[in-house]
Design a protein around this ligand. Structure first.
Ligand code: SF4
Length: 722
């Protein structure tokens, strides 16, 4: 009997957001006919949002690419074009596609060296996929030009947490929120971006009596559950949270014992807080001083206070300082290292935590071991069978830097696994110019998206349901992803494609089998990753069959770590940081009198490669710009009017939604829609430490235009027309 025809239910992990909900795929004849979730599921207790419950039909979308492809017309630097149309590609065998990529990549590496090579790993792919791709680029091309979309979402949080505590992950388990008596949500539209965590937060308020403080320029849904809403102007986070610290210091509401026992640099920090009087903070942020005082008292007097945040904090030219302002508050009050407390950056994509853990980063090997530390490099050389001194000791380029370095003598080739930089990079008009200058591009994905359309060779990857592996969710839980379907067409799991390509590159470099690529199952890759990354040493497939383990898991007897920093911080003492307030890079002015804020909506996910090829697109089919009624009336605009939105970098056309979700002076645009891509508008100025662009605030103007200026409703379908 054909095993594919058997009715079966396969337990796996949701491929969309960082909550990491447990899914059950109901399958008949190699077809998923419904998705449910077990009521005893550790993460989501049977709850699923619309994406996890219904958004899996992208697997069967007719636009999915299931055969390796090579561009018919050779692409030249400077004249590279996008090809969405089937006629512009040639279907080829796997051997031809992989040999072609291996030939071109090796040729460029031999000619121009390691700095010519760069790769975008993928926060949607598994830990094993990411571990292998970073290993390929480090071990074979000797480069650290390796990054992924964490740079564009939580880099500010990561750098801030590393500086202050020595660990960048979410400190506590999300479901512990019901143990908090006060919690802060800031820069996060949790009900839309992490809906199942939002359910737990709502229960914390309504069932367990917790008090919620929301600090956000938008009237997000969680404001309905809040005791206090502090509607700050975009980019004023350091001022608001330092204002709260000022009140806590002045009223002596801090935790002296915690400060004495576990922190350093208190005096310098406290001095820097002097200027943040409630009056000063009100003048900068627009938040009334009484709200700042009340929020400070509420958080400081809590028995267990927690802070949750997302991209509104980190996507800023001072994202690192924004995160540090939150860390200062937790250290000041001792709300860290216990259940129901903590510093909790809510990670975006399903495996952005895991991709970072796996070493898909320009400054770190797997397990956040620094590439410029000699003993670390020697350790990886030994593990990967590389001659001493062979691995690159220089910090690599970050995502945005990779594109900016596309020029003769700089980056010449790019490998993209599952990312879509032509949607996710800021200032897209510039980013497209850089992309066109590349000499060779290889893309591995399910669909030809805005980035894949530039490729020379396209590798069709298997979806989450067609491969085994692990994802690590936002609260560090490493969970199994199970192969439930035979791959459609000639698609292959990402890890298999990478290992096959690596062997071909190795032989062209004259180093056959030097660094081990003969895996028969991803569990072997995880075992190898655990042997070099101490926080994953105890992650074994046989231990996570039913319930995942929360990293760090230091050995095979370690039961995982639900919350961090119980007795100490990885850096020893938690370090306070003196801070000053810096305004956003491009404030509103007479020419561009409003501020643009960007973000996500419930029905879509990131660049839309999956959700816009799903029926979820019917639920939310076009981009809208949110305008406050006050600004709409002043500009003669009503809901559904056609609007042109412009910044100094570009313009897009979309419909208006007049709503009090945003505040006067600030408009909001979701970033999922290629035909009105918000990132044509955004500012590419970066945080100097974290290298994260300022997606969340730039000067903008808008005006009503004739209806025929809007993109044709079917325009977005040019993506993936193959
Ligand atoms: Fe999937 Fe996130 Fe929705 Fe859970 S909350 S079902 S992980 S998209």
């Amino acid at each position: 009997m054909n095993k594919n025809l058997i009715n079966k239910v396969v337990s796996t992990t949701c491929p969309f957001c960082g909550v990491g909900c447990n899914l059950q795929l109901h399958i008949n004849d190699n077809f998923i006919y419904k998705i449910t979730s077990p009521f005893d599921g550790i993460v989501n207790k049977g709850n699923l949002c619309v994406k996890g419950r219904f958004g899996y039909d992208f697997i069967y979308n007719k636009n999915r690419v299931t055969t390796p492809l090579i561009r018919k017309t050779p692409q030249k630097p400077g004249a590279r074009t996008q090809a969405f149309d089937k006629n512009e590609w040639r279907e080829v065998s796997w051997d031809e596609a992989l040999d072609y990529a291996a030939d071109r990549l090796t040729e460029i590496y031999k000619r121009d060296g390691s700095e010519a090579m760069a790769v975008y790993c993928c926060a949607k792919a598994t830990n094993e996929d990411n571990y292998l791709l970073q290993k390929l680029y480090r071990a074979l091309f000797r480069t650290n030009n390796i990054d992924h979309c964490t740079r564009l979402c939580h880099a500010g949080s990561v750098v801030g947490l590393q500086k202050a505590l020595g660990s960048a992950a979410m400190s506590n388990t999300a479901s512990e929120v019901i143990k908090s008596d006060v919690f802060i949500i800031t820069g996060s539209n949790t009900a839309e971006t992490h809906p199942i965590i939002a359910i737990q937060m709502k229960a914390a308020v309504e069932k367990y009596g917790a008090k919620l403080i929301v600090v956000d320029p938008r009237r997000v849904e969680m404001v309905n559950y809040a005791t206090l809403w502090l509607p700050e102007k975009p980019g004023t986070d350091v001022a608001v949270f330092s204002g709260m610290a000022h009140v806590i210091l002045k009223e002596k509401l801090y935790n002296q014992q915690f400060i004495d026992d576990r922190t350093e640099n208190f005096r310098e920090f406290a001095q820097s807080m002097e200027k943040f009087t409630p009056e000063y903070v009100e003048s900068v942020s627009g938040v009334k001083k009484e709200l700042i005082i009340e929020a400070a008292r509420l958080y400081a007097n809590a028995e267990r206070g927690a802070i949750y945040w997302a991209l509104g904090i980190s996507q800023s030219t001072h994202g690192t300082n924004n995160a540090l302002s939150l860390i200062n508050l937790a250290l000041l009050t001792g709300h860290i290292g216990r259940e129901g407390t903590g510093l909790n950056p809510l990670r975006g994509q399903n495996n952005v935590q895991g991709a970072s853990d796996s070493g898909a980063m320009p400054w770190h090997y797997p397990g956040y071991q620094e590439v410029n530390q000699e003993e670390v490099a020697l350790k990886f050389e030994k593990a990967w069978n590389i001659e001493p001194g062979g691995l690159n000791r220089n910090l690599g380029l970050t995502t945005t830097e990779i594109l900016r370095h596309v020029h003769d003598g700089g980056v010449r080739s790019l490998y993209i696994m599952g990312e879509n930089p032509m949607m996710s990079e800021p200032n897209l008009n510039e980013a497209h110019k850089h992309m066109q200058e590349l000499e060779f591009i290889a893309v591995q994905d399910l669909f030809i998206n805005e980035s894949g359309a530039y490729a020379d060779v396209f590798f069709p990857a298997g979806s989450f349901a067609e491969k085994d592996g692990t994802f690590t969710n936002t609260d560090r839980r490493v969970q199994l992803v199970r192969k439930a379907l035979e791959p459609i067409g000639l698609a292959r799991p990402d890890w298999e494609i990478i290992a096959d390509l690596a062997k071909r590159i190795e032989s062209r470099l004259g180093r056959p089998n030097s660094s081990f690529w003969d895996y028969t199952h991803p569990s072997q890759i995880m075992d190898e990753m655990g042997s070099v990354a101490p926080s994953y040493a105890g992650i074994k497939y046989d231990r996570i069959q039913k319930v995942g383990l929360q990293a760090p898991v230091f050995d095979k007897n370690h039961s995982g770590t639900p919350y961090l920093f119980k007795d100490s911080f990885p850096s020893g003492r938690g370090k306070f940081h003196a801070l000053d307030y810096q305004p956003i890079d491009e404030p509103a002015d007479a020419e561009y009198p409003f501020i643009l804020n960007t973000g996500r909506v419930l029905e879509h996910w990131h660049g839309g490669t999956l959700t816009r090829n799903s029926w979820l697109d019917d639920l939310y089919p076009e981009a809208k710009v949110e305008i406050h009624p006050y600004d709409a009336e002043a500009n003669g605009i009503q809901t559904n009017d056609a609007i042109k939105v412009s910044t100094r970098r570009g313009e897009i056309f979309l419909r208006a939604e007049v709503t009090e979700k945003t505040i006067p002076g600030v408009i909001f645009i979701p970033f999922h829609f290629a035909e009105a891509a918000a990132n044509f508008l955004t500012n590419d100025a970066m945080d100097p430490e974290a290298k994260i662009p300022e997606f969340k605030a730039c000067a903008v103007r808008f005006e009503k235009v004739p209806e025929n200026k809007l993109p044709h409703p079917e325009n977005h379908q040019k993506r993936g027309r193959y």
